[in-house]
Every structure is written in structure tokens, then in C-alpha cells.
Design a protein around this ligand. Structure first.
Ligand SMILES: C[S@@+](CC[C@H](N)C(=O)[O-])C[C@H]1O[C@@H](n2cnc3c(N)ncnc32)[C@H](O)[C@@H]1O
Length: 252
């Protein structure tokens, strides 16, 4: 599938999620399926996540300026709202118009927090070197590695020198029978894409980028990988990492 078709498919699939069971599509706990998430409880999961990340960043003495932050793949603003407790301005960006509308409806910090729709494979709606902090969780894993890499490059472009970019991405499928599982999984993906327009229910496509490939990309971008740590955001079938990256100042 070429990039434009894939981007359209990602957009259509997340629009289906957003109009079917948006909160469950973000945090897929079985018992919360069919609109059973309590809104307050849902947003509290975002607060706990961001509190933990900020305290980890402080403990590791990583660069941290509480100016302008970006939440890539913001959904209904679960993490964007939590980031607003720390940063003076926060922008959320998402590919689904319904997610962006819902995020704006739930926005408790109008004026400091804004939500943006982006249907492109780049982030040209944001200027280079404009964010002190960029965060993305459970988003890049749902698109092809090629597209995910394009957004990683774009997030890095929009990061200020000395800023901090944190994102999560699975690194591999957790299995002894890698090739067999991979073949079956790819076949299922192709089948699901073929029947997409005839099936009302959205699907949860999963992808990964090996750690080696990710580190190769960081080198190519001129980025400094400060550290990485295990993440459980991709569920039981995938190993996943959260990467912490900074952009050196020109003089460094
Ligand atoms: C599982 S949800 C996670 C939402 C949010 N990060 C959170 O943790 O609450 C994935 C989100 O990524 C968005 N998304 C998927 N592909 C995207 C893309 N290419 N650009 C921007 N957002 C995207 C989806 O619309 C959805 O809202």
C-alpha cells in the first residue's frame, strides 16, 4: 500500500474508532468496552502517566523546560490535559476530526491548550524548533514503520534545541516463532485492509520498529538518544520502548 493510501486508511480507521467507542479505543481495557469508561477515571489515567513521566525525567536529570509542549496523537486529550498541569502552553494534534472535536469539548484549559487536526504525513502545521517538550504514547505503533519514521523526523524538527522528545514504539513481536507469527500477522492485516470498507467495526493495527533501526534513524537525524526504558503500552504481544531524545544546540 502506498503512503497516501495508508494515511487515508489510518484516518478512516481512527474516525471509525472515534465515532464508535472513542475512550475504549484509547485505553482498551476489556471491562471498559461499549462506552463503559467513566470520563473522570479515564482522564485520571492520563494524569498518573504524565506525573510518573515528569518525575522520571526529573530523577534522571534530563532537560526539562516548562514552556510549550506537543502531544502527538492526542486522541480526546487524555495526556494533553495532564501536560497542561506542568507546561504553560500545550498543543494536541490528531488525525481524527472526531477525536479533535471531543478533545476540544473536554478541554478544561481553553487559552493554554489547543487541539489541531492534521491529515498529512508531516507536521508542517508547526514551525521548526517550536516545542520544549514533545510526548507521544500508544500512537506510532498503529501505523506503518515508514509513516511512523516520518513523524519521528518531524517531531524532531519541531523540537527546540535543548528540548526533550519522548515517544513509545514497539521493537518486536514477543514470540519464539517470530517468522511464523509475522507471516500470519501480515496475512491478517492484508485481509483486514481488504474487507475494511465492508466491516463496520474498526481494527487495531499494530506495527513495530526494531531498536537497531530506531537508533539508526536517530543518528541520521543528528539526535541525541539520552536513554530508553521498557514500556508496557503495546500490550502482551510486543516488546516496547519509550525513547528520550534531545536536539543538540548548534554550537555543540
Ligand atoms: C490509542 S490512541 C492514543 C491517544 C493518546 N495518545 C492517549 O494516550 O490518550 C491513538 C491516537 O492516535 C491518533 N493517530 C493515529 N494516527 C495518527 C496520525 N498519523 N497522526 C496523528 N494522530 C494519529 C488516533 O486518531 C488516536 O486518537
Amino acid at each position: 500500500m502506498n503512503l497516501k493510501k495508508h494515511l487515508n486508511a489510518v484516518h478512516a480507521n481512527w474516525e471509525k474508532h472515534a465515532t464508535t467507542d472513542p475512550l475504549w479505543s484509547i485505553i482498551t481495557h476489556d471491562e471498559k468496552k461499549n462506552s463503559r469508561w467513566d470520563l473522570q477515571e479515564f482522564f485520571e489515567t492520563g494524569k498518573s502517566e504524565i506525573d510518573e513521566v515528569i518525575s522520571y525525567v526529573k530523577n534522571q536529570s534530563l532537560p526539562l523546560n516548562f514552556g510549550c509542549a506537543l502531544d502527538f496523537g492526542c486522541g480526546v486529550g487524555r495526556l494533553t490535559q495532564a501536560l497542561a498541569e506542568y507546561f504553560s502552553e500545550v498543543k494536541g494534534v490528531d488525525i481524527s476530526p472526531t477525536m479533535v472535536d471531543k478533545a476540544s469539548e473536554y478541554n478544561k484549559n481553553v487559552g493554554r491548550v489547543s487541539f489541531h487536526l492534521n491529515l498529512k504525513s508531516d507536521l508542517s502545521l508547526f514551525e521548526s524548533d517550536s516545542f520544549d517538550f514533545i510526548y507521544s504514547n500508544i500512537t506510532l505503533q498503529h501505523m506503518s514503520p515508514n509513516l511512523a519514521k516520518m513523524y519521528i523526523v518531524e517531531m524532531y524538527r519541531t523540537l527546540k534545541p535543548g528540548g526533550l522528545l519522548i515517544f513509545q514504539e514497539p521493537t518486536e513481536i514477543k514470540t519464539k516463532y517470530k517468522i511464523l507469527v509475522e507471516v500470519i500477522y501480515r496475512a491478517m492485516l492484508i485481509w483486514r485492509r481488504l474487507v475494511f470498507f465492508f466491516v463496520k467495526t474498526p481494527h487495531m493495527e499494530m506495527h513495530y520498529i526494531s531498536q537497531k533501526e530506531a537508533e539508526k534513524l536517530f543518528n541520521k537525524m543528528g539526535a541525541t538518544l539520552l536513554l530508553s526504558r521498557k514500556s508496557d503500552a503495546a500490550g502482551q504481544w510486543f516488546n516496547s520502548l519509550q525513547y528520550f531524545i534531545t536536539k543538540p544546540h548548534l554550537s555543540e
